[in-house]
Design a binder for this molecule. Structure first.
Ligand code: SF4
Ligand code: SF4
Ligand code: FES
Length: 328
């Protein structure tokens, strides 16, 4: 079968804009997109640049956009792509600067990984922690939720909705890496708290909008978004409840417990509290919501059966209660 490959090209030395070039290639059974790209480079156009190494979904270097989705070229079947999309369109990863053709600059990616201190801290553990840590390291008694399977391909960062608009965001790969160290029993409680305090800041755990794209594209089933949720829970559990994101969660839970449903009119009070400047900044949004009938009565009575809702909160007990919430 002879297929057309549309490949995004950019040579910063000669081109001002990206453009697509088409190549026709005879495709064999079992051929991957990486096999096809290497053949195009070797047989038709030696100027095509791409990055790869292991060819076995291990090194993470061949991640690129294939038919609009971030994938490893070495484990993407040409035939399956053709059957599903009727085309083979290949482009570099989004959200990262292009060096040439399909090769992106990963330095910001590595900078963020380094930014979460991806090594065990040297802060000494207490005597009790040392004993517990050794026990926790017995085979089968600890786990990193598969976060340690990450091959640093960058696909999740390329797909990340937040990263698209906020380049400072630590991003799914770095935050998943941070979660791996939070879960490590060899670190002291003091260093875990230091980690959480850093992650609680701007561009950290609360900037994720939970779009799930990082989970969808990850070739190693790392599920970075779930790692971020674990980090958020850990931050709340450690009493870090003053950031806007933390206040959003605790405020949300408070309102549901008191009223039986979310009341959007009360949320700004929970998040910005009595900060006059921030309150003034949300008033225009509140007015627009009011005009569209999206603001419920802030003085509405709790729903019928509120006792059952509160009973659920009570039954869930202390473990799920969040520090900083005003429990009745
Ligand atoms: S879930 Fe969060 S981290 Fe993952 S892609 Fe979406 S915004 Fe990014
Ligand atoms: S979390 Fe998954 S998608 Fe992101 S860098 Fe690691 S392996 Fe790649
Ligand atoms: S070449 Fe190593 S992951 Fe594809």
């Amino acid at each position: 079968m002879r297929l057309t490959f549309a490949i995004t090209r950019l040579n910063p030395e000669t081109d001002t804009h990206r453009h697509e070039e088409e190549y026709r290639l005879e495709v064999g059974r079992g051929m991957t997109v990486l096999d096809a790209l290497i053949r195009i480079k070797n047989e038709q156009d030696g100027t095509l640049s791409l990055r790869y190494s292991c060819r076995s979904a291990i090194c993470g270097s061949c991640a690129m956009e294939i038919n609009g989705e971030e994938k490893l070229a070495c484990r993407t079947s040409v035939r399956k792509e053709w059957e599903r999309h009727g085309q083979i369109v290949v482009a570099p990863l989004r959200n990262l600067p292009v060096i040439k053709d399909l090769v992106v600059d990963m330095s910001s990616f590595w900078g963020k990984i380094q930014g979460v201190t991806p090594w065990l801290s040297t802060v000494p553990r207490t005597e009790a922690e040392q004993g517990a840590g050794l026990l926790a390291l017995l085979p089968g008694s600890y786990q990193f939720h598969n976060v340690d399977a990450c091959i640093m391909c960058g696909a999740c960062v390329a797909a990340c909705t937040t990263h698209e608009v906020s380049k400072g965001f630590l991003g799914p790969a770095a935050l998943a890496k941070a979660d791996r160290f939070l879960a490590d029993p060899r670190e002291s409680a003091a260093s875990k708290r230091m980690r959480l305090t850093e992650l609680d800041k701007e561009n950290g755990i609360w900037d994720c909008v939970r779009c799930n794209f990082c989970v969808q594209v990850c070739p190693k089933d790392v599920k970075p978004m779930e790692a971020i949720i674990r980090l958020r829970r850990a931050a709340l559990g450690a009493g870090l409840v003053s950031s806007g994101g933390a206040r959003h969660i605790t405020g949300f839970a408070d309102i549901v417990e008191r009223h039986g449903r979310l009341n959007e009119a009360l949320m700004p009070l929970k998040i910005v509290r009595f900060n006059l400047r921030r309150m003034l900044s949300v008033i225009p949004l509140g007015l627009r919501m009011l005009m569209k009938g999206k603001v419920p009565n802030p003085f509405a009575h709790p729903i019928a059966g509120i006792g059952q809702v509160r009973a659920i909160f009570n039954a869930l007990g202390g473990a799920t209660r969040l520090p900083g919430r005003n429990h009745p």
